[in-house]
Design a protein around this ligand. Structure first.
Ligand SMILES: Cc1ncc(COP(=O)(O)O)c(C=O)c1O
Length: 403
């Protein structure tokens, strides 16, 4: 047991301590006025997580409201085509349609415990905004969601869903008008309202304690999947564990369940937002991590057909896992992701979110290139469903021919 714990700590998926460091990454680079607030959130989270009452309330909400545990679906026809054994962890089947609900419910419960009446959030694909609006409605909190104007255009369905749930959606017109700018704007707004509002960050990014807290709320994915794999696979543990990475919350939650096993961990980024694979050390949104930057150290805008992967960096724990060699990070193009959506739809009857399709596209590529040995067992987290992406796929005339 000690050996396992040591390996988990060495791999960076334990408690990052009061400084919130994962190796040289993480920390809390926030304005003076937010230092005390972040310290308070960290302390409240630490206490809540060790309180059985809090954990029971969250488990109950995840069960009766969000629909956990999510199934593990063998992708039988696609597995045969690829010559591997592919298992899908079905976060797309949660209430609201993505893994984001796990974290939103956790943080909403924490906000209520801290006596806050409002949630602030940023969103890219809109899934975290919808999850936050849902959790707020359920727990009687107000929600304000910051969203880039470009994402508002391409994710109109989710904007309407948030408004239907009673949330205020605030358009952000600065910079690339996508997720990164929405995050900056939400942080700026938070500074003035910390006594009433909790900032519910949607990924494993931002200052301490967010990367640790969000991963802790998302590790339910990996813990469930570990038990399910043990029942499904003769080897108990899959050879590969694969998940898409925007900031990296579904991947961190999944990896946390397997970091102490022999499974190879693979995070898949969008080619135009590959902060882990191609970024450099820097500080953004309150944490040191790996970000796309120009020679002058300015953040470079990210581009992806998947709004949820349109972020120029990754959470600090991913940067650390990469440095340790415990996880590797690969990049996939828009075209490969679109082809993967169609292939999964036509072999398994599942329309995946464009974000999740990046992870699948890497599996398809690696199996085709012989990088995944024949018969390899692969667990892939399907982080969300593709309803929100139907307009984007239609625009791209994606339905001409399957890849
Ligand atoms: C369905 C889905 N998957 C993945 C992501 C990327 O986020 P993360 O890397 O935090 O899991 C998003 C973000 O909006 C999403 O909506």
């Amino acid at each position: 047991m000690t050996d396992v714990l040591q390996r988990v700590r060495a791999a960076g998926m334990g408690d990052p301590g009061r400084t919130g460091r994962f190796g040289r990454y993480g920390g809390g680079y926030v304005p003076e006025s937010l230092v005390e607030t972040c310290r308070q959130v960290a302390e409240e989270f630490r206490q809540a997580w060790s309180d059985p009452g809090f954990r029971e309330s969250l488990t109950r909400l995840l069960t009766v409201h969000a629909g956990r545990p999510t199934p593990l679906t063998p992708a039988s026809r696609l597995s045969t085509e690829l010559g591997i054994q592919l298992l899908l962890k079905r976060e797309d089947l949660t209430h609201t349609g993505s893994h984001k609900i796990n974290n939103a419910l956790g943080q909403a419960l924490l906000a209520r415990r801290m006596g806050r009446s409002r949630l602030i959030a940023e969103t890219g694909a809109g899934q975290h905004g919808v999850a936050t609006a849902t959790a707020a409605a359920l727990l009687g909190l107000r929600a304000t969601v910051f969203m880039g104007e470009r994402d508002i255009e391409r994710q109109a369905l989710n904007v309407f869903r948030m408004q239907l749930l009673g949330a205020e959606v605030v358009p952000v017109g600065t910079g690339s008008r996508t997720l990164s700018d929405a995050t900056s704007q939400a942080m700026r707004h938070w500074v003035g309202v910390t006594d009433q509002a909790h900032y519910c960050i949607g990924s494993v990014v931002g200052p301490h304690p967010y990367p640790w807290m969000v991963r802790t709320f998302q590790r339910v994915i990996g813990d469930e999947a570990r038990g399910q794999c043990a029942r499904e696979l003769t080897s108990a543990v899959p050879d590969y564990v694969v998940a898409c990475v925007g900031g990296g919350s579904n991947a961190a939650g999944t990896f946390a369940g397997f970091v102490d096993t022999s499974a190879r961990l693979v995070g898949v980024e969008a080619a135009g937002g590959a902060g882990a694979a191609h970024g450099r050390d820097g500080v953004l949104h309150g944490a040191r991590s790996r970000f796309l930057q120009d020679d002058g150290g300015q953040i470079v805008e990210a581009h992806s057909i998947a709004a949820g992967l349109d972020y120029p960096g990754v959470g600090p724990e991913h940067a650390h896992l990469r440095d340790l060699g415990r996880a590797r990070y690969e990049a996939v193009s828009d075209d490969e992701a679109v082809a993967a959506v169609i292939r999964l739809a036509r072999t398994e009857g599942i329309v995946a979110a464009l974000e999740s399709a990046h992870a699948l596209a890497w599996v398809i590529r690696a199996a085709g290139a012989g990088e995944l040995p024949p018969g390899a067992t692969v667990l892939l987290t399907l982080s969300g469903r593709g309803d929100k992406d139907v307009a984007a796929l239609k625009d791209r005339s994606a339905l001409k021919e399957p890849a």
